[in-house]
Design a protein around this ligand. Structure first.
Ligand SMILES: [Fe+2]
Ligand SMILES: [Fe+2]
Length: 178
């Protein structure tokens, strides 16, 4: 419609904000399918938790075989995955959902797998596979959200950039080890 104004007038905005104030950050202008977004974010949360656990296991195992620089990298990644999990959980709550931290079904909800690996090279390769899975699934979620939930999308874009750094770190470690 040509005469449709681009911005909603102030009176309507104010009236709308007063309705359903219990919904907090979720206003009528929220255009995404909230239930679906919460479900997707819970899958991302499970992925981050599984990645945190896998990197922590790898950190302790690498420390045991005197691979200090690789171990330090694993620990840094573990802590960053934990930070991602926290960011995602917080966003789920903002969307009036509940973050799923239930250990039961965690691996089914997660996109990435939990592979322990026996050698240092195995561990790095498994972490790289998991990062590549995370990268693809975040890219799809970002595409799905489009402009319907720009806050979730921006958060996922920031996380995606870190996962790409992680994958790059791991490739460099593999190359150094021949
Ligand atoms: Fe992550
Ligand atoms: Fe990562």
């Amino acid at each position: 419609m040509a005469d449709q104004p681009f911005l909603t007038d102030i009176k309507t905005l104010r009236e709308r904000a007063r309705q359903h104030i219990e919904n907090g950050a979720v206003t009528e202008g929220y255009r995404a399918d909230r239930e679906t977004v919460i479900k997707l974010l819970n899958e991302a949360l499970a992925t981050e938790i599984v990645c945190t656990l896998r990197y922590r296991r790898h950190y302790f195992m690498a420390s045991g075989i005197n691979a200090e620089s690789v171990a330090a990298e694993f620990l840094q990644h573990a802590n960053e995955e934990q930070g991602h999990a926290d960011q995602i959980a917080q966003r789920i709550v903002q969307l009036q959902g509940e973050p799923n931290f239930n250990p039961e079904g965690l691996l089914t909800r997660s996109h990435a797998e939990y592979v322990e690996g026996t050698t240092l090279i195995d561990m790095i390769k498994e972490d790289l596979v998991a990062e590549r899975i995370a990268i693809d699934s975040y890219r799809e979620m970002i595409h799905y959200l489009g402009s319907d939930d720009s806050t979730s999308r921006r958060m996922l874009e920031d996380i995606l950039a870190v996962e790409e750094e992680h994958a790059d770190d791991l490739v460099n470690m593999l190359q150094k080890m021949g």
